[in-house]
Design a protein around this ligand. Structure first.
Ligand SMILES: [Zn+2]
Length: 213
């Protein structure tokens, strides 16, 4: 009888070892993060209604600066998502309240690939929202852009090294995917610089990293 129990024990042990083995990722396997909203993100987004701007994170606050330096992950594009819709509206409110021409979600403490950009290159200069935005091409020519600044970096402006034009890819809230080349690096039409500045935020890069003398 003892021998029988011992045999059962061995079988159970072997089975549990095998199960564990299969759940371990191989060294070359990239484990993708879940794109579901975390509880912390949900709580932060729904802390206020859409008329309440979210707090802008600042480099002068140590805890904030850690968030600003993190790489953001993509979002699931879903126009019916309460959290996404609320976040987008509260981001816009924060940007307009501060007089910005763009804002990225990490500046509100949400490390997600969401940016607002004022399209200085379009008629009426509309603010537009882009999800999962990436720079996929850059011009060979670069310029020194005079007057770069950021809502998250108080009291600092500077001259930054930027591409004259960039190719960008992004999703819109309606689920459509787009590619376009964005131009504009002058003092009045600097849309290409706004895209570079905001997409930098998604990679934890701030304009102060690109300052030239
Ligand atoms: Zn900024």
């Amino acid at each position: 009888m003892k021998r029988f129990y011992f045999l059962i024990l061995i079988i159970v042990l072997l089975f549990s070892c095998k199960k564990e083995e299969t759940s371990v990722a191989t060294p070359n396997e990239v484990v993708k993060p879940s794109l579901e909203w975390t509880k912390m993100e949900k709580d932060s987004i729904l802390y206020g209604d859409t008329s309440l701007a979210m707090r802008v994170y600042l480099t002068t606050n140590y805890a904030d600066s850690l968030v600003l330096r993190k790489t953001s992950i993509d979002v699931v594009v879903d126009s019916t998502d309460l959290y996404l819709n609320t976040l987008i509206k509260r981001m816009k409110k924060a940007m307009l309240d501060e007089g910005g021409v763009g804002i990225a979600a990490p500046q509100l403490g949400i490390n997600r690939n969401i940016i607002w950009v004022k399209r200085l290159d379009k008629v009426g200069k509309p603010y537009e929202i882009y999800l999962n935005a990436k720079i996929v091409m850059t011009s060979e020519l670069m310029i020194n852009f005079n007057g770069d600044g950021c809502l998250s970096v108080p009291n600092v402006t500077g001259k930054t090294l930027r591409y004259r034009a960039v190719g960008v890819e992004y999703d819109l809230l309606d689920g459509s995917h787009h590619k376009e080349v964005v131009d504009g690096y002058t003092s009045t039409q600097f849309t290409a610089v706004i895209f570079q500045h905001e997409i930098d935020h998604l990679n934890g890069i701030l304009f102060i990293d690109r300052i030239v003398n």
